[in-house]
Design a protein. Sequence first.
Length: 428
Amino acid sequence: MTEDTRLVRSAPAAQPAPVGRLQSLDGLRGCAAFVVLIHHAALLSPLWPGNAAPAAAPPFSFIWWANETPLKLLSAGTEAVMVFFVLSGLVVTLPVLRPKPFDWIAYYPRRAVRLLAPVLGSVVLAAIWVMALPQISPQDEGTWLSSSSTPDFSWEWIVKAGDLFGGDGQINNPLWTLRWEMIFSLLLPVFVILAVVLARRWVLVTAAVVLLTWLGERVGASSLSYLPAFLLGALLAVNLDRVRELSTRLSGTAKGRATWAGIGVLGGLMLVGRWLASPVLDTVPELEFLLRGLTPLAAMLIVLSVIGSTALRAFFSSPVPRFLGKISFSLYLVHAPIVIFFFYALQGRPLIVAQVVGIVVSLIVGTLFWWAFEKRAHQWSISAGKVASARFSAYLGRGASTEPSGRSHDGSRPTGEQQNDDDRGSGS
């Protein structure tokens, strides 16, 4: 959920060329980040579904409308993360598919800095919010507030939070998703190869992803629950030209526009399917695992519809979603400690006051964090990639010939200068 989303692949002459930036995906990512913010603000209430064994909401109550109808899309934070993962698979894969050689030497340090620098900045900021007020939860153990509060803060929590592979995001709950972003980033060659080789077998791949995700949810294997979603994004990237050609062909007719809208509606309903099926999950518990297994497919359908539907493109390209997309990674990284802070700061007032203040302050701080830190971290990542590529090319040049270190043995420019630094993926 970071960075610009660009269409970087050259299309065959017979197909519409994907030029410029697909702003609708920026907007989709921004709206997904806002949904996660709403999700965590709502979880401040111990009665909100998702907390430890909340009481069943009375039919037609506010909580019922918000969680057991399609309105759940407005607060489906866990499911929104799956949209992030599919978007990451798409936009991080696209630069690899360029006609120009992809600079893998530059990619790895660039991607690491692009993700880790904002994360570390957010960890320091989270520590400040956590230290500002005692965090002793008045709620029962197992609620989101109780599990995310840090009553025994020490400097070790900062180190743990900065370790995305084996650490503990206690002081900044959303960091758990960055572990999977990093693993996907490291395994990008594997995902790209699979997507290219299986590009025409998208039905088989999608079925395998659903099966793996279901299995991961069923047995508690997190890698199976989350990593397959990135493959669906990579598959979309490989087939992007075909999607755009189909969009051009269908969008010219009312039936075609209705088809794209139907894909989006189906994806949305599937994404929150387990919430819509809440009344029967107690009697058919296996159904929940199946519906959770469908969430990567649901996320892919949503992304597909935002690419293909002119109406959805227009909505997600409008100013508010685009602004949210710009600050999405920063908002995602900073919001949880802020929401928790205002719960404790405004105890004694109606909970809705803390929720609204936490949401507003999160948007403000997220914007400031993007402006003051994330933009600079992006530049640092580009510089890190260029330095790594240039030095590696110079090293190979010294070993191969007596040519000046700025050029390779055949006189061509170093790989780092041939490759633009546009692997702008979704950080989370």
